[in-house]
Design a protein around this ligand. Sequence first.
Ligand code: GEK
Length: 245
Amino acid sequence: MANTHIKDNIYASPLNTVEDFVFDSAVVDVFSDMIKRSVPGYQTIISTIGHLAQVHSQPNSTIYDLGCSLGTATLAMRRSIKHENVKIIAVDNSQAMVDKCNLHLQGYKSPISTQVICDDILNIEIENASLVVLNFTLQFLNPNDRLQLISRIYQGLKPGGLLVLSEKLSFNDTTCNALIDELHLDFKRANGYSELEISQKRSAIENVMRIDSLECHYDRFKQAGFDHFQQWYQCFNFTSMVAIK
Ligand code: GEK
């Protein structure tokens, strides 16, 4: 597998103008390093998604990994599923991600049919799903499109089916928000990111990634039709929630 562990130094040198963040080939090359050094608990969340797939996938159903990037969650699920006739559909709208995801998946043998689609997740029909994963993807959608996506996921889930939604959070209390945000920045500093890298990345991503509060996510789950939902993980301002149909 080529180029998977290249160090992220995209924002290490001063830039004249910091453009909006895009998931292009430069990001794809360092993505594995970037996400591990930026998202506290990423590995725990990935392995728990694998475990949830083992326990909650249903025979003769489809699993969706929406915003699959390099396919890390897909791989974790594929390794764990023991049921008959389960297929995985992984979707990302970055062609560079999809190409690398395909390479990544080809590196591991599996009897589970896996389709990687390059498209906007808003265009994907969700049907006969026992598990849908949105692992740090919803935050990149236009806020006006989020409810309709979660509603379509609810409609497409089988009874007992699960949605796993991982997101960066904002907090309504500005004092707490500032403290927890600083804890996250200290996590990035401890992982070797400089002040320049942190501030240039922040400028690049602020128009692209618009984060919601936990209350907003819970309201949206309710509006979409879910009666059962709960955070199962939080570290600083990063959470993973589960909603059950
Ligand atoms: C992981 N889930 O490693 N349609 C399809 N893909 C999209 C869209 C969209 N509208 N918007 C963004 N993306 C992964 C990590 S990364 C999270 C997910 C992060 C894709 C985008 O191209 C990128 O690959 C992914 O969503 C978000 O478990 O970088 O913080």
